[in-house]
Design a protein. Structure first.
Ligand SMILES: Cc1ncccc1N[C@@H](C)c1ccc2c(c1)OCCCO2
Length: 115
């Protein structure tokens, strides 16, 4: 029997799913370009092209600081990583392919975790 969903319940369960999903993304073999913020001094053009940088360590920090209201706001930040990657990297590049691989993995996993 499904328990009545209070706002708190949905939030708690949503945050548990965020923790599970983030741990899996961080452990993924193709995650290496996305683990830490892009060093904008080392990557010419990045600062100009990418308006909202995002990476897995920043998401980890925000989750730890309770900055995600629900699963949706967490998913939006993860998708920002992949959208930035597609914008800056050729599809036929190591980082570009890694971004597509990670997005496919993430899309599959969060849909599996939905109630
Ligand atoms: C996700 C992303 N998109 C566009 C550019 C870089 C990145 N990731 C960063 C962490 C990175 C990956 C590979 C790199 C790199 C930096 O240092 C410059 C030298 C080549 O090796």
């Amino acid at each position: 029997v499904k328990k009545a969903k209070t706002a708190k319940d949905s939030n708690t369960h949503g945050l548990t799913k965020c923790r599970v999903l983030l741990a899996e993304l961080e452990a993924h073999p193709d995650a290496w370009p996305f683990l830490t913020p892009v060093n904008q001094k080392a990557v010419p053009g990045y600062r100009k092209v990418i308006k909202k940088p995002m990476d897995l360590s920043t998401i980890r920090e925000k989750l730890t600081n309770n900055q995600y209201l629900n699963l949706e706001t967490f998913i939006a930040d993860v998708n920002l990583i992949f959208d930035n990657c597609e914008k800056f990297n050729e599809d036929d590049s190591e980082i570009g392919r890694g971004g597509h691989s990670m997005r496919r993995f993430f899309d599959k996993r969060w849909t599996e975790l939905l109630d």
